[in-house]
Design a protein around this ligand. Structure first.
Ligand SMILES: Cc1cc2nc3c(=O)[nH]c(=O)nc-3n(C[C@H](O)[C@H](O)[C@H](O)COP(=O)(O)OP(=O)(O)OC[C@H]3O[C@@H](n4cnc5c(N)ncnc54)[C@H](O)[C@@H]3O)c2cc1C
Length: 380
């Protein structure tokens, strides 16, 4: 099971420790799942996580806030066992983040379904010409009587193809740039919304490019006020960014655990591999990076839970450090496993593929550095 001493850190309450224990038992009984047919595997994971009550944490009741420490603990634990289980859980939260934080009474009814695993949401922000440059979104939302008509394209949309509903960010035109965007809740079955292409990546999960061709939605589908789309997207990412760090932390912990097992069981030059001092140097670096990442992740989560309005700097630091250090930790694990480290299907080979995208999505590492620098410069 690896090191769980971090659960005694002052960031956590007893209810967090109980949650971690309950989930650990669930993971040992249910994970990993077969990833062979990825859409079905994901649907199954969402249903099972919903039936076990863990998806309750992905949304908050009105006037309550999301418990970010629970979100991070769940993501870390799931990622340590199975990256696809982490993905399935995370998307229930990210997909509905805008509704959970800003949704109207009618929109919030969807939360009953996403929190029980009966509906799958997606978060549709990225476009072919607007990834890191969110303010460049081109998709249009034009008023037509009491409706809106959406036209444009979204790409790299996780759960694209299996989602029941999409939270879509489009240009409504109240002002140029970031201030002219709004957010909309669009059921997948709405006429004109098509899955144009399924995208395939090195650690497979449902992913698609979507086209919107005269997609008509009622005014009640708009989340928040006109022109609030950018603010809503950033507020959602502010909550969920530290949880990406938590997933990376789970991958890194698993890599360290696998390395410790391998170091004890593999004999080299007449002694266990972990007797070699250069291997010990790797293990020390790995353990140090895991603990440093955990401190940053749970500092960010705790700060949000303690009522900080924004945790932009803390979340950016958590995501940047945890994802970049996990890549280094996993690379060292592959190295220490020798040939078995690159054998298709081995745990560390899977981790090596799973960690990579986390350094790109929800704000690439380079972008996190800019965010951190700006908060530093702004504070002088
Ligand atoms: C597996 C996966 C899942 C995803 N899921 C979703 C999803 O569910 N919903 C969604 O909306 N999007 C999703 N995305 C999209 C993701 O958020 C974007 O890929 C990401 O924001 C980067 O955008 P881009 O790919 O267009 O790269 P670009 O914006 O073209 O950036 C390319 C690179 O340029 C560098 N860079 C960018 N900006 C700067 C800067 N200011 N300074 C210095 N360097 C910079 C970074 O290294 C970056 O990786 C997903 C992506 C992947 C890979």
């Amino acid at each position: 099971m690896g090191d769980r001493s971090f659960l005694n850190w002052p960031f956590f309450e007893d209810r967090h420790r109980q949650l971690a224990d309950r989930l650990e038992n669930w993971c040992e009984a249910n994970l990993p799942v077969d990833h062979g047919e990825v859409d079905n595997a994901c649907r199954g994971l969402v249903a099972d996580l919903g039936a076990s009550g863990f998806l309750e944490y992905t949304a908050a009741d009105k006037d309550e806030t999301l418990d970010v420490r629970s979100l991070c603990l769940i993501r870390e634990t799931l990622a340590r066992h199975d990256g696809l289980a982490d993905f399935a859980f995370a998307m229930q939260g990210l997909g509905m983040g805008a509704v959970s934080l800003f949704g109207s009474g009618g929109q919030r009814r969807w939360l009953q379904k996403t929190r029980t695993g009966q509906a799958i949401p997606a978060f549709a922000l990225t476009e072919p010409e607007s990834g890191s440059d969110v303010a460049n979104i081109a998709m249009s939302a034009v008023r037509d009587g009491s409706d809106y008509i959406l036209n444009g394209e979204k790409t790299w949309i996780s759960n694209g193809g299996i989602a029941d509903l999409y939270v879509v960010f489009a240009r409504s035109g109240e002002a140029p740039g970031a201030k002219g965007l709004s957010a909309y809740l669009v059921p997948a079955a709405t006429p004109g919304l098509e899955i144009a292409e399924r995208l395939h990546v090195i650690a497979p999960h449902p992913l698609a490019r979507l086209t919107f061709n005269n997609v008509r939605i009622p005014e009640s589908a708009r989340i928040g006020n006109p022109g609030d789309g950018f603010r809503i997207a950033m507020a959602v990412l502010d909550v969920f960014r530290s949880t990406v760090g938590a997933a990376a932390l789970g991958f890194a912990r698993r890599a360290l655990d696998e390395t410790l097992k391998r170091g004890a069981s593999r004999r080299l030059f007449g002694a266990p591999l972990h007797d070699l001092q250069m291997v010990q140097g790797h293990i020390a670096d790995m353990a140090l990076q895991v603990d440093a990442a955990a401190l940053l992740v749970y500092r960010a989560a705790w700060s949000k839970d303690m009522g900080a309005r924004r945790i932009t700097r803390e979340a950016a630091m958590a995501k940047l450090y945890a994802t970049e250090s996990a890549q280094r930790v996993i690379d060292a694990a592959v190295q220490i496993h020798g040939g078995d480290g690159v054998r298709k299907g081995s745990v560390v080979e899977r981790l090596y593929r799973e960690i990579r995208a986390l350094r790109i999505y929800e704000g690439a590492s380079d972008v996190q550095k800019i965010v951190i620098a700006r908060t530093q410069i702004g504070s002088t």
